[in-house]
Design a binder for this molecule. Sequence first.
Ligand code: MG
Length: 322
Amino acid sequence: MCRRWYGCQRSIRKIPKLKAISEFKIIDKYLSNIGTSFNKKNKVLKGVGDDASVISLSNNLIVSTDTSLEDVHFPKGIKPEYAAYRACATALSDLAAMGSHPIAFQLSLSTRENDHKFFSSFKKGLNDFSNDYKVGLTGGDLVRGQYQISVTIIGEQHSNILLRNNCSVGDIVFLSGQLGNGLLGMQNFKKFKRKNNVSSAYLKPKALIDYGKTIAEFASSAIDVSDGFLQDLGHLSKASKVGFELSSSSIPFNSNLSLKQCLNCGDDYQLIFTVPKKNIQSLTKKMKKKKFKMFEIGTSIQTKKIILDGKITSINRGYKHF
Ligand SMILES: [Mg+2]
């Protein structure tokens, strides 16, 4: 059954309790024309306005979907602007981890709200995201129900595709930046209920797209820190069938939290990546030129364990849905 916003009026009328007129007004006024000026450059031939979008690609397509639920991925009471931005940016982070270039996004929104105030704020979040990453909204759907935002990011290969399963024993492990800012930002938001320098890391997280594209040429594997550093490093370990030996003194983290908190909290969206020794000199040169920081935190090893300061570490403390 077609449930898209665009060009499928029959299905929209079937959505219970939302009057068709309200639905169309919401779509026309708040969910259309988001970043359409980027479509031409991104080779989007048809965005909003038909049964599906059409994108012309000459390279491999890279696609990722993330769903954000109220009270799970964002707290009740958060401005729709930040809920929207956060849902899009956290979805986009997966493309950063693949070293890929985003070209469009699609949105599936479920909400019980249908007032102008809500959608006006929601649209601001979409527009801010679209402008920050130069991607247009090319379609999606809208249903009445529990507040949740599902975002599909469409991208294409930039240079090498960064996979999780390509790390070899002896590769050096790097981290793109400080851990813990997401957790501290969330705690700050829950306390002060507004955006400030601390809570912005949680409300408007950054997807490291340019960073990912820069390391893609040199790195052997990568993952973004969404569910917790140790848990996500565990995914790299499992996929590549290697272990990692790390030194806690070299791991950057926010000193307002403990190292343990920072190793296990999610929502940081930093990148963990591994680099073969032969590529490190060239990567360092390129990163300096781009003014990107990178922190060497360890080495990949044959033993399929994560060893921190000489001790085998549990990777099962990060966020889990089930
Ligand atoms: Mg990820």
